[in-house]
Design a protein around this ligand. Structure first.
Ligand code: GLP
Length: 261
């Protein structure tokens, strides 16, 4: 696991955008995993800018989102399929038919989850997966107690997550759904490169557990310690509870030029 600690947003976003640019240059049909939430937004702004500058084309790429609320009306702006379209995919040249998300309004939710797993497999798996982390250590919507082997399925959101996300629903907690469909931890772990962004002191405990804690279902993101290629990009506040932060800074400062994130 590589931990990049830097106060400047551009220093977190730039290396990841470089990596995505290189990935798409080498394989224009690469499969990207996009996360919703606020943490990846600066990256999306940079990807849009690079696309507009003619540096990156997503024309042949495929994308999968991580999760979706269950039961929001089709047109609801907080449905994640609308969120990712608004924040990213409508501003780049990706084919909308190749932007996939779990269908939280399917009549048969378990069948929709199985279909989503099949779609990811049929695309050849995810090359690079963007992630955020919840203050309780969830990734996607894999709440504490999630099985490390889990695949896409229905989950019940914790009170904390609903509280955290109420800001997207005009601070109306009652408007936040109780259920979601989410890629499982097993699904996420199958992606070839995981890139996680976290900022702010509210994420400090979750980041400390993710990087240095014992692997435990209590902090679902800790399973990432078992992944061979993870990049965690954090600001100083989110890094504030890391015990080995000096070492992570030293490693990154002395990184060989030929290595990318
Ligand atoms: C949400 C999403 C996650 C996201 C997390 C953190 O509930 N389902 O994918 O990573 O919470 O969100 P944010 O980046 O806004 O802090």
């Amino acid at each position: 696991m590589e931990v990049v600690i830097t106060e400047h947003e551009a220093d977190r976003v730039g290396p990841v955008a470089d990596r995505i640019e290189a990935l798409l240059a080498a394989n224009p049909a690469a499969v990207l995993g996009f996360a919703t939430g606020s943490s990846p937004l600066p990256l999306y702004t940079e990807l849009i800018a690079r696309h507009r500058a003619g540096r990156i084309s997503f024309a042949q790429a495929t994308a999968f989102t991580l999760d979706e609320y269950v039961g929001l009306p089709d047109e609801h702006p907080e449905r994640y399929r609308h969120v990712i379209e608004r924040e990213l995919t409508s501003h780049i040249d990706i084919d909308p038919a190749r932007v996939h998300g779990p269908d939280g309004n399917a009549a048969d939710l378990p069948a929709a989850c199985a279909a989503y797993e099949d779609a990811i497999a049929a695309a050849g798996g995810v090359d690079l997966q963007i992630l955020g982390i919840g203050s309780d250590g969830h990734v996607a919507f894999n709440e504490p107690g999630s099985s490390f082997a889990s695949r896409t399925r229905i989950k019940t959101l914790t009170a904390q997550t609903r509280l955290d996300n109420a800001r997207f629903f005009d601070d109306d907690l009652d408007a936040v759904p109780h259920h979601c469909l989410t890629q499982g931890l097993g699904t996420i772990m199958a992606a070839r490169h995981l890139v996680l962004f976290a900022t702010g002191s509210g994420k400090a405990e979750a980041v400390a557990q993710l990087v240095e804690g014992p692997v435990s279902a209590l902090w679902p993101a800790t399973i990432l310690q078992h992944h061979p290629h993870v990049t965690v990009l954090v600001d100083t506040a989110a890094a504030s509870r890391l015990r080995l932060s000096d070492y992570y800074r030293e490693v990154y400062a002395n990184k060989p030029d030929w290595q990318r994130v």
